[in-house]
Design a protein around this ligand. Sequence first.
Ligand code: UDP
Length: 320
Amino acid sequence: MKVLITGGAGFLGSHLTDAFLARGDEVTILDVIGDLKIRQHLGNPRFQYVRESVFNTEILDGLVMRADLVYHMAAVVGVEHYVADPYEVLNVNINGTQNVLKAAYKHNRKVVMASTSEVYGRNPKIPFSEDDARVLGSTRVDRWCYSTSKAAAEHFCFAYHRLGLPVVVVRYFNVYGPRLDKLDVGRVITVFMGQVLRGDPVTVIGDGKQTRCFTYVEDAIRATVAAGLDPRAVGGLFNIGNDREFSILELAETMIRAAGSSSRITFVKQENVYGESYEDVPRRVPALARMHEILGVRAETSLEDGLRPTIEWFRAGNGR
Ligand code: UDP
């Protein structure tokens, strides 16, 4: 099978590339970044790397035409972007998705779109089921532009599905593992990682009681592959995650222990990290019945077990 992965040089995209190549499929990735995450596959005759953007609609059209299955993973992700460059987040995540869907519709190719648990915002109903409401803040708060951009992209997916396009939408819950961003930037795991590896204070924002469910990348990828291959997934919306809930304080303690680090924990104000234009989500937990029953996948990797290879990868000098 020929698989096209937009954003294939990114964190999730590169692991998805590994999974499809391991199955014996052909993988083409379309990505603007020339990252080392897919370097191991250069020279593999079943792998092709096109360094282009989803805004180059001519190239995109040709690649979609030649694919059997399209994964749309290209997006602007990471809190630092929501706050620094909301235009880019909205443009890439909404208009870029529209370009992919247009090309897929023209050639009738199935699309799996990577969305996010951010879509639920700070809905107080825990756990979040796929059809639950979105609870977001004001449009004057930049943090919500990512959530909004992905929700608009999801609406586009379901609108195209009404027109007959086979689509699947998956929402990831705080996925981590080797190749996650760079040390000190991006998500909480990479920020804490830089701190614990250097023995610096670990910056827990607020009282650290806010929670997340951390999903090891291999578990997330098994569910993502199933979302593309299982015909029962078409037209569906799936949470992809692990439902073991950790407070951010527990995460800090677990990472310090797992890395054998001398770091201490320091409590900081969120304005000092992200500025004023930021609102945190107090709890985020997925309901996983659909992932278990339709995709047939369970996220079984514990935080300790997932952190081990992640720490090793960063300790080996990667992600700098
Ligand atoms: N966080 C923290 N210290 C940091 C960075 C993040 O305590 O240095 C917290 C942040 O306030 C949030 C959680 O970690 O509650 C997860 O943040 P992340 O940026 O990974 O993304 P989110 O899950 O909010 O999308």
